[in-house]
Design a protein around this ligand. Structure first.
Ligand code: MTE
Ligand code: MO
Length: 415
């Protein structure tokens, strides 16, 4: 039976010294090799930290949830060239919606369609780079974290010379010329014309982590919406439609998703507690997604499995949560960046490639904790974020169809 003595033990022991945590976060491989043998606990934590995923995800390592039969990126190069999915052949139509026309003077289509050369010309003066985690609203766990490069979508919209009746913009990509396969998304025009709430602009993206966007990531050109879930970031972009429609007409809207939901803040484990022996130290690592409301903390809680919890407190707000350690910016960013360096003029980074703030909003951070050891028994490990407004997960928006925020619980046993 897990009574108060075990609770007291857990409460008293969950925070090992701050020094250990902080040092662990800062340890490089060289420093780790020089750790004293008697600092066994710290060594265990260091080992799991060395296996931690890199901060940036290589293009090929992103999880892919593309639709299409066949998936557009799997088409042979020749076919991709034919349908405009190479840099040499890409063309973007920007036209008025026949059903809800916006008044524009100069549609871009046919001979006047916008080309990759046009895009590169714009990029000479208007390039934008920003970090962003790509997360599927329906899946929840991030598909990858990258530095996305492009030009603001508004620069292309202005070329159509819109003057009136423009309220919404919708857009889609190549879908094997089969209407059934169309996957489209949309935004209020205001979000494209202005950078609200200090966000980066919505871009026509052609590079990821300093390299050309691969076909699998949506190349040659995709939309990237900084604050949104993945379904707004349409791949293999071919069409932008300017509309007087006042409401969302995203494909995801037909799947009961909250299509106006910005990214939420939440965390999960990467190395969960496993199956430790009694009194053996328990290192745990994980990641946190910093959503629209930022990230101030990650907290953890180990509960004996047979403990009852009040139905009045479904989000465990009264549990004895303890702060985990947020890891500082890494020495190496990962992502296969050219020269290993953050590209110049990337938002949130200074000219020397250091982040100006940490953790970065709309991106990822990692965390760790080290528990010195537990008595034999069955437990549940939970972690949660506190966003920069002070809201603990899954608040302030706990609804599943607006994005994942459920508190993760991992069962484990000490034997
Ligand atoms: N053309 C097109 N774009 C698309 C999709 C798609 O099926 N077709 N899937 C969307 C969804 S639902 C997500 S979550 C992201 C995933 O981006 P990624 O494959 O680069 O990780 O792409 C989005 N863009
Ligand atoms: Mo998605």
């Amino acid at each position: 039976m897990a009574g108060d003595p075990i609770r007291q033990f857990l409460d008293g022991h969950l925070t090992l010294t701050r020094r250990h945590f902080v040092q662990a976060g800062l340890l490089s491989a060289a420093a780790a090799a020089s750790i004293n043998a008697d600092e066994q606990q710290q060594t265990q934590l260091t080992e799991v930290l060395q296996d931690l995923e890199p901060w940036l995800t290589e293009q090929d390592e992103f999880r892919d949830v593309s639709r299409g039969k066949p998936k557009p990126h799997s088409l042979p190069e020749e076919k991709r060239a034919e349908v405009g999915l190479t840099r040499a052949t890409w063309k973007l139509n920007v036209t008025s919606d026949p059903e809800n026309p916006a008044r524009i003077l100069n549609p871009l289509e046919g001979d006047t369609a916008f080309t990759f050369d046009d895009l590169m010309e714009l990029a000479k003066t208007n390039v934008v780079r920003f970090p962003k985690v790509m997360t599927c609203l329906n899946i929840g766990c991030p598909l990858g974290n990258g530095i996305w490069e492009g030009v603001p979508l508004r620069d292309v919209i202005w070329r159509t010379q819109p003057s009136e009746n423009l309220r919404r913009v919708f857009y889609w990509g190549y879908h094997n010329d089969d209407p059934e396969q169309m996957f489209r998304s949309s935004l209020p025009v205001g979000r494209i014309l202005e950078d609200l709430y200090d966000l980066p602009p919505v871009i026509l993206c052609y590079k990821l982590n300093g390299d050309w966007l691969t076909p699998e990531r949506g190349g040659p050109v995709r939309v990237v919406v900084p604050e949104a879930y993945g379904f707004k970031s349409i791949k293999w972009l071919t069409n932008v439609v300017l509309s007087n429609l006042p409401t969302a007409n995203d494909t995801y809207a037909t799947q009961n998703n909250d299509v106006d939901s910005p990214l939420k803040t939440f965390c999960a484990t990467l190395t969960p507690p496993g199956n430790p022996k009694p009194a053996e130290p328990i290192p745990v690592t994980g990641y946190a997604q910093s959503g629209i409301s930022g990230l101030s903390k990650v907290q953890v809680w180990i509960q004996p499995r047979d403990e009852e919890w009040s139905k009045d407190d479904p989000h465990f707000t009264k549990a004895p949560w303890k702060d985990a350690t947020l890891l500082p910016p890494p020495d190496a960013w990962g992502g296969n960046l050219p020269g290993g360096r953050i590209p110049q003029n990337t938002r949130d980074f200074d000219q020397s490639g250091k982040p100006v703030d940490w953790p970065l909003r709309l991106s990822k951070a990692h965390w760790c904790m080290l528990h010195p050891g537990l008595p034999a028994g069955k437990y549940v490990f939970r972690c949660r974020t506190i966003d920069a407004n002070g809201h603990a997960q899954p608040m302030p928006r706990p609804f599943r169809k607006s994005g994942h925020a459920k508190i993760e619980s991992v069962r484990f046993e000490v034997t």
